[in-house]
Design a protein around this ligand. Structure first.
Ligand SMILES: Cc1cc2nc3c(=O)[nH]c(=O)nc-3n(C[C@H](O)[C@H](O)[C@H](O)COP(=O)(O)O)c2cc1C
Length: 128
């Protein structure tokens, strides 16, 4: 089954009728949706937080750069949606849409993006 599957309940229902579900756009635009599926469809008791995933992606980017010279922008372009729908999402996206494209950018841009999320959340708390 595929096409427009973007809610865990919908997928759970389809899996009672079909052997599998293929998810395209939602997995790309909102990759943390896969963590929701891990919990709600596969019964995982806990999944990593977005912050933990960001740290793991920075380690991954570092390794890929050491092994293959992969520029960090080739990795960050696929995690622009990590904070989709969350407070600080715009800051994450804005930081990762600019810093990785600067000369000499390294995996630390992911940490900087995370800091921009935290800062935005802090600001929101003060204002709220
Ligand atoms: C970013 C992205 C990557 C995809 N990769 C594959 C793929 O590797 N193999 C495949 O058979 N279909 C792939 N598709 C197609 C989808 O699995 C599927 O046919 C369709 O996009 C599902 O609809 P949805 O985008 O509304 O979830 C991909 C689609 C997207 C948007």
């Amino acid at each position: 089954m595929n096409g427009g599957l973007n809610e865990t309940d919908l997928i759970k229902t389809e899996l009672t009728r079909f052997d599998g579900a293929m998810i395209g756009r939602e997995a790309y635009q909102n990759p943390y949706f896969l963590a929701d599926l891990e919990r709600e469809v596969y019964g995982a008791l806990q999944t990593r937080s977005r912050h933990e995933i960001a740290h793991l992606m920075a380690d991954y980017a570092e390794r890929q750069n050491e092994l293959y010279g992969t520029p960090v922008k080739s990795i960050t372009r696929h995690i622009l949606g990590l904070f989709h729908g969350e407070s600080g999402a715009k800051d994450w996206k804005r930081t990762l849409s600019t810093l990785p494209y600067e000369e000499g950018a390294g995996p630390d841009v992911i940490m900087k993006a995370l800091e921009s999320v935290d800062k935005a959340r802090e600001k929101h708390r003060i204002v709220a």
